[in-house]
Design a protein. Structure first.
Length: 197
């Protein structure tokens, strides 16, 4: 399995991202040098795509598949793409506050911590639908790891399109998120322009 092993803070600096979007509360003390040449339109579009891929932890081929699926759906392709990325199981676990970072959420899904509608699911890219119920398995709820995560993510705000129960470690997808409900600093139109060339 391909894994992106780039140091997170270094990658955040290069893309001009705040580490908080990844669930990391560290700050980089180094500043990005502004002695670069002017970035072309293609360069800006590519950076937006790299940002989206990095935030959601998706590699190129699956990301291209998400774009193709979003293109076939009704409505605007960019908004559909962002909604598909938000509805990934690992992202929903992160948004509900059951994991500190998206990488940790991905690992929890891999390690069989999560059920969807009562069935065990260990695929981080599993696409949820409106009405799906996500829950941490009973035998994992009382572990020290889950207690540490609950303490760390206590103040995290759950988005309006999700309904979370922090005590029961359970959440429901109320609706498909609209673009204004997604607080990720990515220009989806640039990604659409890049892929439609």
């Amino acid at each position: 399995m391909a894994v992106d092993r780039t140091p997170v803070l270094k990658r955040c600096r290069a893309l001009g991202l705040e580490p908080a979007y990844l669930g990391i509360d560290k700050k980089s003390k180094r500043q990005l040098k502004n002695n670069r040449r002017k970035v072309s339109e293609y360069g800006m579009q590519l950076r937006e795509k790299q940002k989206a891929k990095f935030i959601y932890g998706v590699l190129e081929k699956p990301f291209r598949n998400y774009y193709a699926k979003a293109d076939r759906m009704k409505g605007q392709t960019g908004e559909n793409l962002m909604a598909l990325l938000e509805l990934r199981l690992d992202n929903v676990i992160f948004r509900l506050g059951f994991a500190r970072t998206r990488k940790e959420a991905r690992q929890m899904v891999d390690h069989k911590f999560v059920t969807v509608n009562g069935k065990l699911v260990n695929i981080p890219s599993y696409c949820l639908k409106a009405g799906d119920v996500v829950e941490i398995r009973e035998n994992k709820k009382s572990t020290q790891r889950m207690k540490d995560i609950a303490d760390a993510t206590n103040g995290r705000v759950v988005p309006a399109w999700l309904e979370g129960d922090a005590e029961g470690l359970k959440g429901t997808v109320k609706a498909v998120p609209t673009r204004d409900q997604i607080d990720v600093p990515v220009d989806d139109m640039s990604i659409v322009e890049l892929y439609s060339k």
